[in-house]
Design a protein around this ligand. Structure first.
Ligand code: ADP
Ligand code: MG
Ligand code: ZN
Length: 475
């Protein structure tokens, strides 16, 4: 590789507070346009913002969970720019004194642990939304979103590949969701990501010129947009050109990034301290309380799953990426399930069925104890692992219990040796040519004989017994 990519992500997370950051308006999504507004969030002159303590708590909680230092002195600042969705003409944000700094999160890529630094987490207000519809020569503005609290989480330029970028996003999203501070929904815009991308010749110390890619509005696109941008920049350099510092837009239908504007600098925004809000001196004992109340986080839970349940790290990682999935797993274990068996069924059939219907595990029609009951039937030999697949799907679709399904559909495994022996004899007699070939060394044919008996029993023959009998009779 002649070039190395350098990536830093700026992530905006909408906080799950009930009310806005500087007024008491509701943050509920999808209401009638402009129905959740007041003098403060539509920017009337002469009104005063008051900080929502919950938003501050959420930002501190996130900082603590990502190994940040919580600033003993923090301030808001005005970021000045004009846009119709920003009626005040400035956004209240933080600049010189963000609430959290110097943190990190860890990701695992190709079995290697990588630590990605978090430069800062600051609080700010969201803007409204311009609506261009109806085809007239006008746009509409909905200010319901204006003043919804955001956290901006800025990473160090520590990310080196598109895979690392998406892993970082995944991990960050998992942490935010575990903390209950953001729902992490990229499609609805409650989690947004801008990617700063540059390339440099491998071995060079200095960073190359970066482009900032905006509008990455789905999880899948984090990786794609970064990948495209790296290739584009390498091509520019290879052709003798220079990468220019600019803001680019990701076009997901074309799968490319396009130049939007030259990159603005901080001084363009004329940041200055927000005079209407007092500085934040977060009480240390309050910060301590927030820290003590942190839930178990994804990494810790993954490590515990490996240790406590003896499942592979790969399983543990998948099972803990969502809190609700981890809880489903542990409920099934508590109901008596074998950890590895539960994990296999969850990662395989359960996830497949949920994905087919685009469902979250919270909407899973199956209870953890139902899976455990089915596993008991397999262990007792009542049903085979193969038949269990049918039972599982039926359980998922109908909500019935495994035992009921097995009884109704007559799926009980045939473990009567003499019954299977009879079928084996019949099949071998019927297929004497294949039997000859098998005995002559064509061992692949075993599968053929298994298939014949399974067909005759509708898959219900005890597979172990069948295998042993076939081998004995064909030897
Ligand atoms: P701005 O606020 O103008 O976007 P920042 O200095 O806050 O600029 O940096 C934003 C992001 O850009 C950070 O995530 C940082 O890690 C990343 N970054 C800075 N320099 C580079 C670079 N040369 N290549 C890639 N990313 C970079
Ligand atoms: Mg930026
Ligand atoms: Zn308001």
């Amino acid at each position: 590789m002649k070039y190395e990519a350098v990536i830093g992500l700026e992530v905006h997370a909408q906080m799950l507070t009930d009310t806005k950051v500087f007024c008491g308006c509701s943050t509920k999504f999808g209401s009638e346009p402009n129905s959740q507004t007041c003098e403060v969030c539509i920017g009337m002159p002469g009104v005063l913002p008051v900080l929502n303590k919950k938003a501050l708590e959420f930002a501190i909680r996130t900082g603590l969970a990502t190994n940040c230092t919580i600033s003993s002195y923090s301030r808001f600042a005005r970021k000045n720019y004009f846009y119709p969705d920003l009626p005040k003409g400035y956004q209240i944000s933080q600049y010189e004194h963000p609430i959290c700094e110097h943190g990190f999160i860890e990701i695992v890529v190709d079995g290697e642990v990588r630590r990605i630094g978090i430069t800062r987490i600051h609080m700010e207000e969201d803007a409204g939304k311009n609506i261009h519809e109806g085809g007239g020569h006008y746009s509409l503005v909905d200010l319901n979103r204006a003043g919804v609290p955001l956290m901006e989480i800025v990473s160090e330029p520590d990310i080196r590949s598109p895979r690392e970028a998406s892993e970082y996003m995944r991990k960050l999203r998992a942490v935010l969701r575990y903390l209950g501070v953001c729902d992490g929904n990229m499609e609805q815009g409650s989690l947004r990501c801008d990617a700063n991308v540059s390339v440099r010749p491998t071995g060079q110390k200095e960073f190359g010129t970066r482009a900032e890619v905006k509008n990455i509005n789905s999880f899948r696109f984090v990786e794609k947009a970064v990948e495209y941008e790296i290739k584009r920049q390498i091509k520019v350099i290879e052709e003798g050109g220079k990468v220019i510092q600019e803001t680019r837009l990701w076009d997901s239908t074309k799968g490319i990034t396009e130049s939007m504007r030259s990159k603005e600098e901080a001084h363009d925004y004329r940041y200055f301290p927000e005079p209407d809000l007092v500085p934040i001196i977060a009480d240390r004992s309050w910060v301590g309380e927030i820290k003590a109340a942190l839930p178990e986080l994804p990494d810790a839970r993954r490590d515990r799953f490996v240790k406590e349940y003896g499942i592979p790290e790969y399983d543990a990682d998948l099972l803990t990426s969502e809190k609700a999935v981890a809880e489903w797993f542990e409920d099934a274990i508590r109901a008596g399930g074998q950890p590895k068996a539960v994990s296999n069924w969850m990662m395989g059939d359960l996830m497949r069925l949920l994905n087919e219907e685009n469902k979250f595990i919270e909407e899973c029609p199956l209870k953890p104890s139902q899976l455990t009951e089915m596993l008991k039937l397999i262990n007792k030999g009542t049903i085979s692992g193969k038949i269990a697949k049918t039972v599982f799907e039926e359980m998922y679709r109908s909500g019935k219990n495994a035992e009921e399904i097995v009884r109704e559909k007559g799926l009980v495994q045939i473990s009567d040796e003499s019954a299977i022996e009879k079928l084996v004899d019949e099949v071998i007699a019927r297929h004497s040519k294949e039997a000859e070939r098998f005995r002559g060394g064509d061992e692949k044919l075993l599968g053929f004989f298994v298939g014949q008996v399974m067909k005759a029993t509708k898959g219900k023959a005890n597979p172990q017994m069948l295998n042993e009998l076939l081998k004995k009779k064909l030897s």
